[in-house]
Design a binder for this molecule. Structure first.
Ligand SMILES: [Zn+2]
Length: 163
């Protein structure tokens, strides 16, 4: 199955979220850009593409392959959805939701200067971290790629002492 055309590039311009894990791809980071197709409506044409971390490429490919084969099977009147691979899919969605939530909390943490808020965020982040671990696939710790990693580490460490 052809998923798209694969480019491996360094990120130019602003940092952007990885389509697979939602963590940042920073300027200068080597990452995968997958051209999926050309969209076209009337005169207008555009490229549909996804950017993912190189280390997310395998997982992204698998998820996309599964989704595409499922859609294909449905069109052909194959096995009904909700059987077989529906559950792992659901778990994947759940995990993605948690990771997105965690990213939002980390953004909040970077922004705030309130000790009280830092403490609350620390507790919520800890809860989400264990929920992510419970999905069976723990977080790949890629904090080092964040430009704000030192701010996050310091605030979390401060909050931890005060909880
Ligand atoms: Zn990623």
């Amino acid at each position: 199955m052809i998923l798209g055309m694969l480019h491996v590039n360094r990120r130019k311009g602003e940092s952007i979220a990885c389509r697979h894990c939602d963590e940042v791809i920073n300027p200068g980071d080597l990452h995968a850009l997958i051209m999926l197709k050309f969209g076209k409506r009337g005169e207008k044409a555009w490229l549909v593409y996804r950017r993912v971390h190189l280390q997310c490429l395998a997982a992204w490919s698998l998820v996309t392959f599964m989704r595409k084969s499922e859609a294909r099977a449905e069109r052909k009147g194959g096995r009904p959805s909700g059987t077989g691979i529906a559950l792992p899919d659901e778990e994947r969605q759940n995990r993605k939701r948690l990771i997105r939530k965690r990213a939002a909390l980390l953004r909040q943490l970077v922004k705030t200067d309130s000790e009280e808020e830092c403490r609350l965020l620390y507790v919520r982040l800890k809860g989400i971290r264990s929920q992510i671990a419970e999905t069976g696939v723990d977080l790949c710790e890629n904090m080092a790629r964040r430009s704000d990693v030192s701010v996050i580490r310091r605030k979390l460490a401060d909050a931890q002492r005060k909880v």
